[in-house]
Write a protein that binds this ligand. Structure first.
Ligand code: SAH
Length: 189
């Protein structure tokens, strides 16, 4: 009751907790240091399956170590490839996809997700999303190119057919720094 409002990443986890169960199949489009991958691996459990993508070996290694330290490495496939190629790696449908965009915390800030490839991955993600499944994207608008990435994806998601998808936008409106922007998409039945 007396908790603060959720930051975007916490809110993304709340959405997953409400929609994803043990045994589900989910995708982390940007493994980074592995925090979301770990969260998803615990959420779907040993009967579930997580695919996690990153283009940087450092990110894949950090994620691998975090998963092993928490005994959830088995249900995760780590893929050193761009999420725009997810079609080549995933068969069948998934219940959830998370994108935590931008650069690797503690890594090279010049290696960032880009609007063109993020959009390709989002479109492929929508194709493999099960009915009642969710896609959650967290954007950071403070770094070079971050605002452009958000604007381009926002232009696309706001035109998604409301008969097929519910689209949510969550952010703080009175922060001094550029806020993180969260977009949630739910495929309707
Ligand atoms: N900004 C977030 C973390 C984002 S990590 C935070 O503050 O917590 C984003 C990750 O996306 C980085 O590790 C980066 O290497 C990865 N990435 C960049 N382009 C990618 C692509 N096309 N496919 C998959 N991962 C990508």
């Amino acid at each position: 009751m007396h908790e603060d409002f959720r930051q975007s990443v916490e809110f993304s986890h709340d959405l997953f907790k409400r929609h994803i169960s043990q045994g589900d199949r989910v995708l982390d489009a940007t493994a980074g240091n592995g925090k979301d991958t770990l969260f998803l691996a615990e959420l779907v459990g040993p009967q579930g399956k997580v695919w996690a993508f990153d283009i940087q070996k450092k990110a894949i290694n950090n994620t691998d170590r975090l998963l092993k330290d928490n005994n959830v490495r088995e249900q995760v496939s780590l893929i050193l490839a761009g999420h725009e190629n997810l079609d080549n790696y995933i068969e069948g449908k998934v219940e959830g996809i998370i994108f935590n965009l931008g650069y690797l915390p503690g890594g090279n800030k010049k290696i960032v997700t880009r609007p063109e490839t993020t959009l390709i991955a989002l479109k492929s993600g929508l194709d493999i999303l099960k009915v009642k499944g969710i896609i959650v994207m967290v954007f950071y608008t403070g770094h070079q190119g971050g605002k452009k990435e958000f604007d381009e994806i926002y232009d696309y998601v706001k035109e998604l057919d409301h008969n097929q998808y519910n689209v949510l936008h969550y952010h703080f409106v009175n922060q001094k720094k550029p806020p993180a922007e969260l977009v949630g998409i739910k495929k309707r039945g």
